[in-house]
Structures are given as C-alpha cells and as structure tokens.
Design a protein around this ligand. Structure first.
Ligand code: SAM
Length: 235
C-alpha cells in the first residue's frame, strides 16, 4: 500500500505518521502490524519503503529503508482545463485523469456550464487516492474555478502548447497533433461542458493561439472527452 505523507523521506529515518485517515486505514481497515512494509511518498516525487515499528489508531511509526525517485510521472506537464460538469462526472474526471497522469486540474466556468461549483475537499481526496492507486509520485493540484477568459489567459502565458477539443469535422485529431508537435514545454488541454463550447469561446481560444483539435468523428460525453484527450497527450 502507498501513502502520501507530508514529511521528507530519507533512508534510515524514523517517521511518526499521525494523519487520521492513514492511521485508521493501516490499523483498523488493513490491520497492518509491526514488521509490515508500506511505501511512503513525500508528494514531491520521492518514495521509500517503510517498515512499521509501532501502530495504534492515532499514530504509526515507520523506519524508512530503500528510497528513491518515483519514475511514473509523465515526461511533461499536462494540465486539464475542464469546464465544470455535474458532480459525479466531474469527480470521475478528477479520478480517471489523475490515473492517466494529469499534473494539474483547472475547473473552468464556460458559457454553457450547467453546474457552477466543485466540492474541493472531496475532489482533492479523490485525486490523492487515485494518485496512490496509480503509483504516481505527486498528487495533482486542483485549482480554484476560473472564468473561461482567465483560463485562456493563464494557459497562454504559461508558454505550454494550448489545445481546445471541439467537435468539428475538419480539425486534426489530438492524437496525431501530439505526435507531430513538441510538447516538452507542457500542454494545456481544454475540454468543454455537457453543452459544448460556444462559438465565441472557440473563436476566442483560436485568436489566442490555441490549436482547435478533434477527438474523432463521434461526439463524446465531456468526461469521455477529458480522458481521451489526456490519454492522447500524456507520455
Ligand atoms: N453538443 C455539444 C457540441 O457539439 O459541442 C457536445 C459537447 S461534448 C458532450 C462536451 C465536450 O467534449 C466538448 O465541448 C468537447 O470539448 C469535447 N468533445 C466531445 N466529443 C468531441 C470530439 N469528437 N472532438 C473534439 N472534442 C470533443
């Protein structure tokens, strides 16, 4: 089992974990005991084997053994600017796109967004659990909600390649785009809400240097589009 802990990790160090969720899971749910091994991660890309020295429902003491860098992160940074979706769909996007390797999520309010809010406490917990499950070295950041215009501005100024997925026949498929463009400086992926981007939003993104890309001939649900788009660019 893998756990992100908010502490530096170095070989030979003794660490006391007091996070209530981790202690509960280890002591009560998994019933781990002295001598069992877990993997601890610092959330900055380092991880280490940790042998349990003592365990109660409030504190778990571990001794770190072999440690090193996590090697499962994408070669470059993928940021998903996802128009806010209905609660369960949005949470699905956080979970699945974390597994795929997204480094940062920016929820965006678009013209056709039906839902306007995100439960950030739940979203960050979902991302943490998905990062642990998928053997990531970092927990993706989930930013505050941004307006479409601010999101476009921020994405443009980041210097990363910016793409907006829009369902129009003649656009290049993102998968092919990713093969022929240098994404080493990162990629910002915009995916629309249930009702799609408005013509004005597509035009605005285009005027700001975005590449308008396709995800194929079929119209995907927004959450399927997010997964397909991220999977097309991640390495
Ligand atoms: N009726 C809407 C339209 O045609 O724009 C459908 C929107 S779709 C359910 C939600 C979002 O998923 C879109 O805004 C777009 O970002 C993305 N999407 C879905 N299918 C796509 C496709 N085939 N190519 C590119 N983007 C797609």
């Amino acid at each position: 089992m893998r756990f992100f802990i908010d502490q530096p990790i170095s070989g030979g160090a003794k660490i006391v974990i007091t996070d209530a969720g981790i202690c509960h899971q280890l002591a009560r749910v998994l019933r781990y005991t002295i001598g069992d091994t877990i993997i601890v991660l610092d959330g900055k890309g380092s991880e280490g084997e940790a042998v349990i020295q003592s365990i109660t429902k409030n504190a778990v003491t571990v001794k770190i053994g072999a440690c090193g860098k996590n090697t499962n992160e994408s070669e470059y940074t993928v940021t998903l600017y996802q128009s806010v979706l209905k609660k369960d769909k949005m949470e699905w996007v956080f979970e699945k796109c974390t597994e795929i390797g997204v480094a940062r999520f920016v929820p965006v309010l678009s013209e056709h967004s039906v839902k306007q809010g995100v439960n950030f406490i739940r979203a960050r917990k979902i991302a943490q659990e998905a990062a642990e499950q998928s053997r990531r070295g970092i927990i993706p950041e989930i930013n505050e909600i941004s307006s479409f215009e601010s999101a476009v501005k921020e994405a443009k100024e980041s210097g990363a390649v910016c793409v907006l997925a829009h369902n129009i026949g003649e656009a290049e498929h993102l998968r092919d785009f990713a093969r022929t463009h240098d994404l080493s400086g990162g990629v910002n992926v915009f995916v629309g809400p249930e009702g799609g981007f408005s013509d004005a939003e597509v035009a605005y993104a285009s005027q700001n240097g975005f590449h308008i890309v396709s995800l194929g001939k079929r119209t995907l649900r927004a959450e399927t589009a997010a997964i397909t788009a991220c999977f097309s660019v991640v390495r």
